[in-house]
Design a protein around this ligand. Structure first.
Ligand code: DUC
Ligand code: ZN
Ligand code: ZN
Length: 460
């Protein structure tokens, strides 16, 4: 048995002082002054918060974009995750056109199995919607996959509006969660061609080709089509005030719209694309970074409770050899940036250490809400007897500077270079196994597949 003593436990509703015991992968007791028996391991968490392990519901590990493969695979990505305090992630298994969902799921199990240091589950990205794909949805549910993702941008991935309606109707009747990458792909293609024809080849043209209106239009269309299907929806990686306005409109119409945003949209802005040389390529992600005003609006939306989950959209490419593929043409810069390791510290620094939000809200946005939304609650996202012993002991008093030199992501840069962050994971337990102590991994490969159920609780 392992006992964490003297910590301040956190849920979405309260913080309280208690000891916590775990055994065989489960939490076995929570009470003041638990008495250790001979042979028990005891650790002192005085001055630390004890959170249900953080959950990142949006990552892309070992993903090939048709040209190159992400720098992080499940081995390095999940290790980075646990070092930062994340004990579970949900990655996107992506169907190749002409292939089945089953093949995609098998492939992602191969990528993750036996090498993951945190727990992992999969959303299924549907790119080829046909009668066979429809028949496979039940199989996905039987295999523990309870959420789909669709894209409205990227020619290799996107579906039509009619397919979207059809998929939404299936989600509604099967109880599947659905998330959507909201950008109008045709308009992006047009604006990319226009920028190139004007001789704009550098990273500065990236945000010009994907303005906020491109996101807002797609969110509006997605929401209206979901209204026809009477299906609750999720908008992933919301980046703009205009997009948020469309979410508000849909909510005002009575629709259930859950919203995810990411630290990059809360901390960084589009000025990064104007950095000298090819530096802006480090920030080429879709949707792109926005204006300071967009960023401030999203931060306020987090404070006001309009945002449900904070994910990373971790999709890492090295600058050397990967981002450089687009040196002469910004449309060829692989889209994405790393962030998996740093999400808890970035959020804690920005919102909790400043007193803007309490630890309870951090618990909701980074752990409990993703668990509830994606069919993992109360096994995950909650400190309770019988729940999984995925636990992040958070020391609020550490201060460090993020740098490519001290990160675990396999990239040669970080978008957060030089940022000073407060707080870090002093101990991380995955399935009851101590995996990280003071930022240093002590056990790898403790992660397991998370078999999810269609029991999602709507957050709204
Ligand atoms: N954009 C995506 O749509 N997916 C991965 C990363 C990115 O920037
Ligand atoms: Zn996306
Ligand atoms: Zn993504």
């Amino acid at each position: 048995m392992y006992i964490i003593q003297n910590g301040t436990l956190v849920s979405s509703e309260r913080v309280w002082r208690a000891d916590l015991a775990m055994e065989d992968g489960k939490i076995t007791a929570i009470a003041p002054n638990l008495a250790p028996k001979p042979g028990d391991c005891v650790t002192d968490a005085k001055g630390c918060f004890v959170f249900p392990g953080f959950i990142d519901p949006h990552t892309h590990l070992d993903m090939n974009n048709g040209v190159t493969t992400t720098a992080d695979d499940f081995s390095s990505g999940t290790l980075a995750a646990v070092c930062g305090g994340t004990t579970t992630l949900l990655d996107f298994a992506t169907q190749d056109k002409g292939k089945s969902l089953k093949e995609a799921l098998e492939l992602w199990h191969k990528k993750a199995g036996g090498r993951s240091s945190c727990n992992y589950g999969f959303h299924m990205a549907v790119t080829d919607w046909n009668e066979h794909t429809r028949q496979e949805l039940m199989e996905m549910i039987s295999a523990g996959v309870t959420s789909l993702k669709v894209y409205l941008a990227y020619d290799a991935l996107r579906i039509s509006d009619a397919q979207l309606l059809d998929i939404l109707q299936e989600c509604r009747s099967l109880g599947l969660q659905i998330g959507c990458h909201c950008e109008n792909g045709e308009i992006v293609n047009f604006l990319q061609r226009r920028e190139l024809s004007r001789g704009n080849y550098g990273p500065a043209a990236h945000p010009v080709s994907r303005p906020a209106a491109v996101e807002a239009e797609a969110i509006s269309r997605y929401a209206y089509i979901a209204g026809l299907a009477e299906c609750p929806i999720t908008v992933v990686h919301l980046s703009s005030a205009a997009g948020l306005e469309e979410v508000r409109n849909a909510r005002r119409r009575g629709q259930t719209v859950q919203v995810e945003t990411c630290p990059q949209y809360l901390l960084l802005d589009e000025s990064r694309y104007l950095l000298p040389g090819f530096e802006g390529a480090k920030f080429v992600m879709s949707p792109p970074l926005r204006s300071v005003s967009d960023r401030n609006t999203l931060c306020q939306a987090v404070l006001d409770g309009e945002i449900d989950t904070i994910a990373t959209d971790h999709c890492s490419y090295r600058f050397a050899g990967q981002k450089e593929l687009g040196r002469n043409d910004f449309t060829k810069i692989p889209n994405g940036a790393p962030g998996l390791e740093h999400r808890p510290a970035l959020f804690f620094t920005q919102f909790v250490s400043t007193g803007l939000l309490d630890p309870e809200r951090m618990c909701a946005l980074l752990s409990e809400n993703p668990a509830r939304q994606y069919g993992m609650f109360p096994q995950k996202g909650l400190l309770a007897v019988g729940a999984d012993a995925d636990i992040t002991v958070w020391n609020p008093n550490t201060v460090r500077t993020i740098s490519a030199a001290n990160q675990r992501h396999q990239t040669d840069y970080t978008p957060y270079e030089g940022m000073t962050v407060k707080g870090s994971a002093s101990m991380v337990f995955v399935n009851g196994i101590l995996t990280v102590r003071d930022g240093v991994p002590v056990q790898t490969g403790a992660g397991a597949y998370v078999f999810r159920k269609c029991t999602s609780t709507s957050l709204r």
